[in-house]
Design a protein around this ligand. Structure first.
Ligand SMILES: *[C@@H]1O[C@H](CO)[C@@H](O)[C@H](O)[C@H]1NC(C)=O
Ligand SMILES: *[C@@H]1O[C@H](CO)[C@@H](O)[C@H](O)[C@H]1NC(C)=O
Ligand SMILES: *[C@@H]1O[C@H](CO)[C@@H](O)[C@H](O)[C@H]1NC(C)=O
Ligand SMILES: *[C@@H]1O[C@H](CO)[C@@H](O)[C@H](O)[C@H]1NC(C)=O
Ligand SMILES: *[C@@H]1O[C@H](CO)[C@@H](O)[C@H](O)[C@H]1NC(C)=O
Ligand SMILES: *[C@@H]1O[C@H](CO)[C@@H](O)[C@H](O)[C@H]1NC(C)=O
Length: 288
């Protein structure tokens, strides 16, 4: 009897401790999303790691997500910083689609962040160049080959998707005019490049998840830091100039063995956060 009480007390204490030691998880949504889209993901985490505090930041919902990414970085940062400060052991971030670029902006410009693992869930990390439905809805009068006329202007750069529009046939214009991605990657002259790299490198782990049936991110390899060359042939992460020159820390992370890449087939763009197989195989193990 006494032994059983001790066993029960010890296992209850262990269960409590396990629950308490899961780091908080912060979720940043993508284009046209809102926190409601992440109910399944929250349920998966609650079920597998009960007690985890998951916060889906409720900002820039729906069409507000078209606002420039630097303004989103400022807004999300303000909401996220107190959560970090409350988490002595650090936090994890799950950043979906466009949110993956917002998260990199936050991490690069926040010198005392305590993000342990950054999970990039089908994010166009090296940009987007593709005729998807989103694009046709937003810019009905443009085709992808012409969109640079709008995106690479001051007005264009007020629209989030232009902030990471990466036209491989107009790389010079991209470098000169992309106020967000080209800066974040320190592909264009960035006086803060050294500090931003150092800030970004505070993360312990970078998890890149994406796949060929995404249907929105184009090329889909952008989710793994691959991108088109000038002939629209996809070059992988390690062939990219930003990697080779380690302009923002990607090569350093890789050298540490801190990058895990998951290529998953048969997942459409809008399903990444609610697919249980993706969660079980690619996400849950990092949320410790
Ligand atoms: C977490 O799961 C428990 C047990 O299934 C449930 O009672 C609780 O409502 C869930 N909490 C959230 C936030 O989903
Ligand atoms: C979860 O984290 C948020 C942000 O730090 C905090 O306001 C909230 O109280 C936490 N919830 C629980 C149940 O600990
Ligand atoms: C980019 O900017 C540089 C310096 O201002 C300029 O010399 C160059 O012509 C620009 N390139 C393009 C393609 O606009
Ligand atoms: C960039 O550097 C300048 C001068 O060193 C500094 O004033 C500014 O706050 C920095 N900006 C960011 C976002 O780190
Ligand atoms: C792209 O194609 C052109 C014409 O075939 C070729 O001259 C050029 O070297 C190619 N560029 C790359 C980066 O492969
Ligand atoms: C979930 O992901 C798996 C791959 O891990 C895929 O085969 C399956 O089709 C996906 N299900 C849905 C509904 O997207």
């Amino acid at each position: 009897m006494f032994a059983w009480v001790v066993v029960l007390a010890v296992s209850a204490a262990l269960a409590l401790q396990a629950a308490q030691c899961y780091k908080p998880v912060i979720v940043v949504h993508g284009l046209f999303d809102s926190p409601g889209d992440f109910k399944m993901l929250q349920g998966f985490v609650n079920e597998t790691h009960p007690g985890t505090n998951v916060t889906v930041i409720d900002l820039f919902d729906h069409t507000q997500s078209l606002k420039s990414l630097w303004s989103q970085v400022d807004g999300f940062k303000e909401a996220i910083y107190p959560i970090m400060q409350n988490a002595a052991d650090g936090v994890h971030m799950i950043c979906y689609s466009q949110g993956g670029l917002v998260c990199r902006g936050i991490l690069s410009t926040l010198p005392d962040h305590n993000v342990d693992t950054l999970i990039s869930l089908s994010s166009p990390q090296l940009g987007q160049y593709g005729d998807t439905n989103y694009l046709k809805w937003l810019f009905p009068h443009y085709v992808k080959s012409k969109l640079y006329h709008f995106c690479y202007t001051q007005i264009g750069q007020h629209v989030s998707i232009c902030n990471y529009w990466n036209d491989p046939h107009h790389h010079d214009l991209y470098l000169n005019n992309s106020d967000y991605l080209a800066f974040l990657n320190s592909e264009r002259e960035n006086p803060n490049a050294t500090a931003w790299r150092k800030n970004f490198l505070r993360i312990k782990k970078l998890v890149l998840i994406g796949g060929p049936d995404d249907g929105v991110i184009t090329p889909w390899q952008s989710s793994h830091f691959g991108f088109y060359n000038e002939n629209e042939t996809v070059m992988d992460m390690r062939q990219q100039l930003v990697y080779i020159k380690d302009t923002f820390g990607l090569k350093s992370l890789d050298a540490r063995g801190a990058i895990s890449i998951f290529k998953v087939s048969n997942v459409h763009h809008t399903k990444w956060h609610s697919n249980r197989t993706v969660f079980d195989n690619c996400i849950i193990k990092w949320l410790t």
